[in-house]
Each structure stands twice: as structure tokens, then as C-alpha cells.
Design a protein around this ligand. Sequence first.
Ligand code: GAL
Length: 322
Amino acid sequence: MKKYFTVLAAIFICANLFAQNTTINPGAVWPDNNGDHIQAHGGGIIKIKKTYYWYGEERRKGLDTNYRYVSCYSSNDLTNWKFLGDVVKMQDPENLGYRWILERPKVYYNKQTKKYVMYFHLDTRNYKYARVGIATSAKPDGDFKFVKSFRPLGHESRDIGQFIDDDGAAYLVFEDRALGFHIVKLSDDYMSVEKEMSLVRKPLEGGAIVHYKGLYYAIGSALTGWNPNPNLSATSASLEGPWTEFKDIAPPQTNTYGSQSTMLLKVVGTKSTTVIYMGDQWRPKTQWDSRYLWIPVEIGDGKLWLPEPKPFTIDVKTGEYK
Ligand code: GAL
């Protein structure tokens, strides 16, 4: 009898070890290679050769509250993610005090300096410090070490977004309560901000951009904290504008299906190009259980629309989704 149970237990452990996600299930628990719910909130994804790296806020239960953490996952199919660890474990870098804030980390790889440069929102608990922080690493999986913080071109900066154009140029999107939605170009080494491309005078955060068939599509959410709202999009032929009026990207009564934008991920394949809306479904009281809403968007001719979320598969080679 005992033997029988040992065999059963072994089968169970093996099945779990080799468990693969076959679909992306928007809004569901998303198990990583260890079976733990992915912790990459307010995150962003970059592709280096054939590997995707997903960085985000690590908010698992039981973290040491003196530190802030950023996690990193890798994947070759955008569906199964391997946990590479906490690539940031940072102590209050600038005397910000109790409940200081590190949010929305985004990582860029700089080919010239061969450094991974992480931008993040650095703040005090009352969100008045409003700066971006930079940490760098020689490897994608850390450790990232804090370098400095600043206000981009002198402006307040809270939520940040990341955009890398088809020509490889790197941009940062940031929200500034006083003025609106800024799109700025990073310097050659990515360690500072070079110039402003656009200032869209609209209070939008969770900013994200995609370049699709000759048009730039920008999306963002209203400023309602952890609560979802109807996210909006506008387009422009150039990052320097002019931008069209902002329009809904989903039926407004759904509040973007209960999510907030964090990135538009473009998957360019041999047959097709799919743009995936990446949103966070925040659970402020149980942040470790916040979910990810990924939706392949309907996009083209100036329109960006999120169909009702459904499980899907994505083929990163052909770029097709089902
Ligand atoms: C949201 C923002 C989040 C976080 C939150 C705090 O508006 O997008 O990143 O800062 O507010 O309330």
C-alpha cells in the first residue's frame, strides 16, 4: 500500500514539474515554472534574441517590508515563464521614509554599453517625490544596482511606460499631474532623458505605445489609483504629434474589463503581427493576487480595440494568435 502511494506521489510531482501552460488565460492565476502565480505587476517585456524577459513589481506574500523588489521571468513562447528571481532587492535609496515606493519597473538593453538599464517610479508614500529611478545590471537577470533618480526634463513623473521603436530608439512615457502625458527620448546610453517628443495635455497614466503600420498608437488610463477606468487611445503619424482625440479602447462600462494598461507588446512573426494589450487587474488589499489581463487587440487604420477577454494561444514564430 505504502509503495502504491509513493508511486502516486511521484507521478503527481512529475506531472506538476512538467506542467505547461497551453493558453494565456486573461485574468486567471498565471503559474510560473514553479507553479507560483507570476509576480510582475505594472510590468514590461523586452525581447533579447529569442528570449522574452518580463519584469515587474514583485509583491508575493511575506516579503521584507524594508525592501522593494522587482522580479524577472523569461520565456520563449510568452505563455510559459521561468522565474529568474528578484533582480532588485532595494533598500530605501534616498531617505524616502516608511512605505516608500518603487513601481512600474521597465528594462531597456543598451547595445553600446551592454548594460540593462531599469527605469522605475520612485516615490514617497504620499506620491510627492515623483521621480524616476535608474538601476543597472550587466545581465538581464540582475542584480540591478541603484544609480540615481531624477525628474525627467525637470517634470514630476509618476507612472512610467516603455516604448522601443522599430528602429531600436528608446522612449519613456511618464505622467505629470501638472501638464499631462509626456513622451521623451532617452539619451544614447539610456542613463538620462534627451528630449521631449510630445506633451499630450491629457491626464493619463499607465502609458503605453505601439508603432503599427505607419501609425503610433498611445494608450493610457485615467487617474483613479488602483481602481480601473475606461482606458483611452489616440494616434499620430509621428511621435512628435499631433495626436488625435482620445477614444475608448473597450466598452466604457467594463472599465477596460477591470484592468489598467501597462504595455502594448508587438509580436512580429513570419505571417502576422499581433499586438497584445497588457493590463493589470489590481487587487490593492491582496496585491500578490493581482492578475494580468492580456488581450490581442484589433488594430488598424487608427482604431485600437480590446475584444472581450478570452483564453488564447500565440505563436511567437508566425505572430498569429487563436
Ligand atoms: C495607480 C498607478 C499605480 C499605483 C497606484 C497607487 O494610479 O497606476 O501604479 O501608483 O495608482 O494608488
